[in-house]
Design a protein around this ligand. Structure first.
Ligand SMILES: [Zn+2]
Ligand SMILES: [Zn+2]
Ligand SMILES: [Zn+2]
Ligand SMILES: [Zn+2]
Ligand SMILES: [Zn+2]
Length: 221
């Protein structure tokens, strides 16, 4: 019991420090490899620099399993300034805190509700990601490429493919939040008839604020 109390106070103290890791590019040590004669090269689609084509070795993780494009971050550390790691195992991908502003249904208001919840629970983006990955592997949370291409947390994905799928997982995480854990103003809203498929929520802030969109569509015409 005491252990849990200690653990949670420790978590509160360094919350700001832990949040910084959400925006940190993981360091990678380049492999000791010398190009062979007639070495084939491929371009990283993030930094546009050539790297030796070693895609036949699975551990090099040079290719996204979803879009099949090549990226260099796992191979030798991508040098592009704004890159947070353009490829990696889905479970290791840093999505970066800036994605939080539009993460839920591309609806800034629903995204803000999630952000406020994370702040209140002192949970970082990467900690939420870890929970989502566990739920994905358990089969509790679904995402678009899990249905189509059997995506798991261990597969190698690029940043855009990771973000697209993470949005679906984050939606499930948001809909799992208990009503009691949401502010009164959020709870008392009625569901929009179009639910999560509503298009108005993306560009009409007043509508996004007044109706809940973390729900299924109940009207079709
Ligand atoms: Zn070379
Ligand atoms: Zn991809
Ligand atoms: Zn690169
Ligand atoms: Zn990159
Ligand atoms: Zn709506």
């Amino acid at each position: 019991m005491n252990y849990h109390i200690l653990e949670s106070s420790f978590y509160c103290l360094d919350f700001e420090e832990r949040k910084k890791k959400d925006d940190m590019k993981p360091e990678v040590v380049a492999p000791q490899y010398v190009c062979v004669v007639n070495q084939n090269h491929i371009l990283c689609q993030c930094c546009l620099q050539p790297m030796p084509d070693r895609r036949t070795l699975p551990e090099t993780r040079q290719q996204c399993c979803l879009c099949l494009r090549s990226f260099c971050h796992v191979y030798w550390g991508c040098k592009k300034a704004e890159c947070l790691g353009c490829i990696g195992r889905f479970k290791d991908m840093n999505l970066g805190r800036k994605c939080l502003v539009n993460l839920i249904l591309e609806n800034p208001y629903e995204s803000e509700i999630l952000q406020n919840y994370l702040e209140e629970k002192k949970m970082t983006l990467n900690e939420m990601r870890d929970i989502c990955m566990q739920k994905l592997d358990e089969g509790t949370y679904k995402c678009i490429d899990q249905r189509r291409l059997n995506l798991t947390s261990e597969r190698t994905v690029c940043y855009p493919c990771a973000l697209r799928n993470f949005k679906d997982l984050a939606y499930s995480f948001r809909s799992d939040i208990k009503k009691e854990d949401l502010p009164e103003a959020v709870r008392r809203r009625n569901d929009c008839y179009w639910g999560k498929n509503c298009r108005t929520q993306k560009n009409k802030p007043h509508h996004a604020q007044n109706f809940n969109h973390v729900c299924e569509q109940t009207r079709t015409s």
